[in-house]
Design a protein around this ligand. Structure first.
Ligand SMILES: *Cc1c(COP(=O)(O)O)cnc(C)c1O
Length: 474
């Protein structure tokens, strides 16, 4: 260490001196003294690192004050928090997939706040089971004989394979060996569960005879996986569900289908995509299907296993079921969400994911026009705003080819690059995540929820204020 570095380190303000500031005392009253001490140390650490890295650091009291306050903000703000999704991707996996319906939130709060009959049978006055609360409802909505809800769909697939495919040969079409979100690969889940993968067919074409040959050679289980997040287009073929069911029956092997998203509402009838509904697979005779709770269903993170009672009973008894069990908050959210599906109008009107997916373009246009006026008002000539036609995505690895016609507000500023503006928006509270396209920051109004507009305007306004300050300070 050179003497000048040592000198600079010694020149840093002392902790007790910083804590003695009137502002620091005031912050102690609000955030607690411990938090202010940590913030001071974090700020000092940062300066020390900069000095050791050879930077020329001189800490004025004013600069120290600003730095400590920023550290205090970072230290005391919840890390996991609400953000505003202006990307237009409805089931944005990085942004938490489906927002919950109000009735689901109420159910979660009521169950979380106190005690519940999670594993208590109120009628009998004795121990009950957590799975009974939603099982009948899932069966009612899907036509399944029996059902089990677990932590997520990945766990559902893993549980099924662990019970029925350990040490057995499982047939999967080469066109269905998908990877979802980087961490769920069909081939690897199979390996982890002790199943032996028997690949049949090719990437684009798999015929019934390919499956039949594998069964004739002794395969034990037939697995079909929904190619959620990609589509092979052009010269393709896969056997119909009915043909596969008949084949599985003929060879007396279980037929399991990982539906991925698992839609309960027929979006095809509403002009969106080609997603099959859960009921169809079960009606066609698939033995057990699995799907997610927070994709197209629009509920909380969960995995559903539905189908034949004899098979579901075995899953319920599997030791792993405990390891992947669903918690009470999720069950509360799921039950309330599923109830909405008893009436299609309620589901479409109250489940935020469905409401956003089904929002008519004219409505979005009106909202974009109003938002553009408001944005123009808060940035007061510091940038240009316009309304543009755009496309939203479904997201969550569902319906990758569907482009939902939407409207957005585009903001271009001479003083602030789109990336710099987006960075400032992500630092706002609540943070705003938008799209950057060409020279514009784009806010797709489809994914803005009630109340988001006000916060978005505040974020835009503070981003421009911060930019102006930075310029003035230069
Ligand atoms: C999304 C998906 C999964 C994983 O579901 P999670 O609920 O996220 O665990 C598994 N299989 C398919 C086909 C999927 O689309």
């Amino acid at each position: 260490m050179t003497s000048s570095v040592q000198e600079k380190l010694r020149g840093l303000p002392a902790v007790h001196k910083l804590l003695a500031w009137p502002s620091a005392q005031e912050w102690s009253g609000i955030y607690g003294r411990e938090a202010v001490v940590v913030a001071v140390q974090l700020a000092l650490d940062e300066w020390r690192r900069a000095i050791l890295a050879g930077e020329d650091v001189e800490v004025s009291d004013a600069a120290a004050l600003v730095r400590v306050y920023a550290k205090l903000g970072e230290y005391t703000t919840l890390r996991l928090r609400r953000v505003i999704n202006a990307t237009g991707t409805v089931l944005h996996t990085n942004l938490g997939r489906a927002p919950l319906a109000d009735v689901a939130l109420d159910a979660v709060v009521s169950v979380a706040k106190g005690y519940s009959n999670l594993e208590y049978d109120l009628a009998a006055g004795e121990r009950g089971h957590r799975y009974t609360h939603v099982e009948a409802l899932v069966c009612e909505l899907t036509g399944a004989e029996s059902a089990l809800v677990v932590n997520n769909n990945a766990a559902a697939v893993f549980l099924f394979l662990s019970e029925f495919a350990k040490g057995k040969k499982v047939i999967v079409s080469r066109g269905e060996l998908v990877e979802i979100g980087g961490s769920f690969r069909v081939s690897e889940v199979m390996r982890a569960s002790g199943a032996e993968l028997v690949e049949v067919g090719t990437t684009n074409k798999t015929h019934l005879r390919d499956y039949e040959q594998a069964l004739a050679e002794g395969a034990d289980l037939l697995l079909r996986v929904h190619t959620s997040n990609f589509r092979v287009v052009g010269f393709t073929h896969k056997p119909s569900l009915a043909d596969l069911v008949a084949l599985a029956k003929r060879y007396q092997v279980p037929f399991f289908e990982d539906l991925g998203s698992g839609s309960l509402l027929d979006l095809r009838k509403l002009g969106i995509g080609d997603e099959p509904i859960v009921r169809e697979s079960l009606a066609a005779g698939v033995d057990v299907v699995s799907f997610s709770g927070d994709k197209l269903l629009g509920g909380a993170q969960a995995g559903f296993l539905c189908g034949q009672k004899a098979l579901i009973d075995r899953l319920k008894k599997n030791q792993l079921a405990r390891a992947v069990r669903v918690d009470k908050l999720t069950l509360a959210a799921i039950e309330a969400t599923l109830r909405l599906y008893r009436d299609e109008t309620l589901a479409k009107g109250q489940i935020p994911a469905l409401r956003m997916l089904l929002a008519p373009a004219e409505e979005l246009q009106g909202r974009a026009e109003r938002l553009a006026c408001e944005v123009a008002r808060v940035i007061d000539g510091k940038a240009q705003t316009r309304v543009l036609a755009t496309f939203s995505k479904v997201g969550g690895g569902a319906l990758p080819l569907v482009d939902l016609p939407s409207y957005a507000v585009g903001v271009t500023a001479a003083s602030l690059s789109p990336d710099a503006l987006h960075t400032a928006l992500r630092r706002a509270n609540p943070p705003v995540v938008a799209r950057v396209a060409d020279d514009e920051v784009v806010f797709d109004v489809r994914t803005l929820l009630a109340g988001d507009e006000v916060d978005l305007l505040a974020a835009v306004s503070s981003a421009f204020v911060a930019a102006t300050d930075a310029e003035g300070g230069r």
